[in-house]
Design a protein around this ligand. Structure first.
Ligand code: WQD
Length: 377
């Protein structure tokens, strides 16, 4: 069944890639984003990449429950994919109340609006961070949870809020997708990850070092019990991750789906790579050695994380297909375009809805048209 899907935070890194894959799969999409941590120029390229203009943009804040209900009603949304939220671990430690306010309030607002209008399918952007430093490697969804940052705690708390909401509503169903380490970019190089300020995460930091924006990569620790002493992670290409969302939402929309009120499902590859292995692969992708130094461990890091990805295959028939080489190639391709500024953003045309009966349209939806003027090279 093709659906009308709302992606909250749909202009962000994972949200924009998921929106592209939803459109390519024939769904229509409404993006809700406040552009606090995303970029208008990139979202304007989505119709070009996806080859369809069946996507609308509502600029607004997910914490506004009235706006959420209006958007769900006006666009007759069949399913919500809730990405919007803050996601920097270090920032959450420095400012926990900001994370509790933004992430929890946003989730409660989405759930309240869905209950009010009777929208009964939710995909939640969760994280493998809920497993903490687990003994179970590869990690199945049944592993004990153990969060060590306010960011991780908000993810676990929202999963529990969804548990309670699903239990209270007869036909409501949800899937929380626990991402391992999303990296890479769309092969076009038109969308990708653009961290503001100094990147916390490995891939964007390596990419900026390769682009000459950073002098070298600092490797956080080389005395872990891994093959070469550096930290090991389960990196997953963001396009694979996006396709996992499409499979999950189509599972919810299909009438034959299992009727578990709320499932938690890993999105990972089951393949681990160390920091040095990533650096080596990225150097191959860009064609030169990337400078690095070995430093002390980073507070809060776990030695290794690794998904057991079997449930996503069993439930949705989905598995990741892109490997580390493709992750590095596509991440580097995007970074080069960013560095060379070889593309100039396309402005979103100010198309507004017909005025509603009250002659004001509080939540103008911009039609993102593939035909709109663009100066992409
Ligand atoms: C990966 C490895 C570092 C930077 C975080 C969040 C998690 C999720 C993904 C949202 C580790 C090492 C890193 C650097 C390094 N986000 N590293 N030098 O910490 O596994 O997960 O992002 O859901 O919630 O916690 O990802 O990319 O920061 O680190 O050596 O400059 O790279 O020590 O071993 P992490 P990461």
């Amino acid at each position: 069944m093709k659906g009308r899907i709302l992606t909250t935070g749909g202009a962000g890194y994972i949200g924009s890639h998921t929106t592209v894959e939803l459109l390519k799969a024939g769904h229509s999409v409404v993006i809700l984003d406040n552009f606090e941590n995303s970029d208008r120029d990139r979202v304007a390229r989505i119709p070009l990449i996806a080859g369809t203009a069946d996507v609308r943009l509502v600029e607004g804040d997910v914490r506004d429950a009235q706006l959420m209900a209006d958007v769900l009603k006006r666009h007759k949304i069949d399913a919500v994919i809730h990405f919007a939220g803050k996601k920097a671990v270090a920032e959450s430690v420095a400012n926990p109340l900001l994370y509790y306010h933004d992430n929890i309030t946003g989730a409660v607002s989405v759930l309240s609006a869905m209950r009010e209008v009777g929208c009964k399918n939710l995909i939640f952007s969760s994280s493998a961070t809920v497993y903490g430093d687990t003994e179970m490697l590869p990690t199945r969804e049944t592993a004990a949870t153990s969060v060590s940052s306010p960011y991780g705690r908000t993810k676990l708390m929202i999963e529990e809020i969804i548990d309670d909401t699903a239990a209270s509503l007869a036909t409501f169903r949800a899937i929380s997708l626990r991402y391992f380490n999303p990296v890479g970019a769309h092969a076009s190089g038109f969308i990708g990850e653009c961290p503001r300020g100094v990147p916390n995460n490995l891939f964007p930091y390596i990419a900026q070092a390769a682009a000459g924006i950073r002098d070298y990569v600092q490797i956080h620790g080389s005395d872990y019990e891994t093959s070469d002493g550096t930290g090991s992670r389960d990196y997953i290409h963001v396009v694979d991750l996006a396709r996992g969302h499409v499979a999950a939402v189509e599972h919810l929309l299909s009438s034959s789906a299992d009727y578990a009120p709320h499932r938690k499902v890993n999105l990972g590859t089951g393949q681990g790579h160390t920091v040095l292995q990533v650096l080596h692969a990225f150097s191959k992708a860009c064609g030169f050695q990337i400078p690095y130094q070995i430093g002390p461990r980073r507070l809060g890091d776990v030695p290794a994380s690794l998904a057991d990805p079997s449930l996503s295959l069993a439930l949705f028939g989905w598995k990741p297909e892109l490997d580390l080489e493709e992750m590095c190639r596509d991440h580097w391709n995007f970074q080069k375009r960013e560095r060379d500024k070889s593309n100039i953003g396309m402005r979103i045309p100010p198309v507004t809805h017909k005025a509603t009966s009250d002659h004001t349209d509080p939540h103008r939806a911009h039609q993102l048209t593939s035909g709109s003027r663009n100066v992409l090279n």
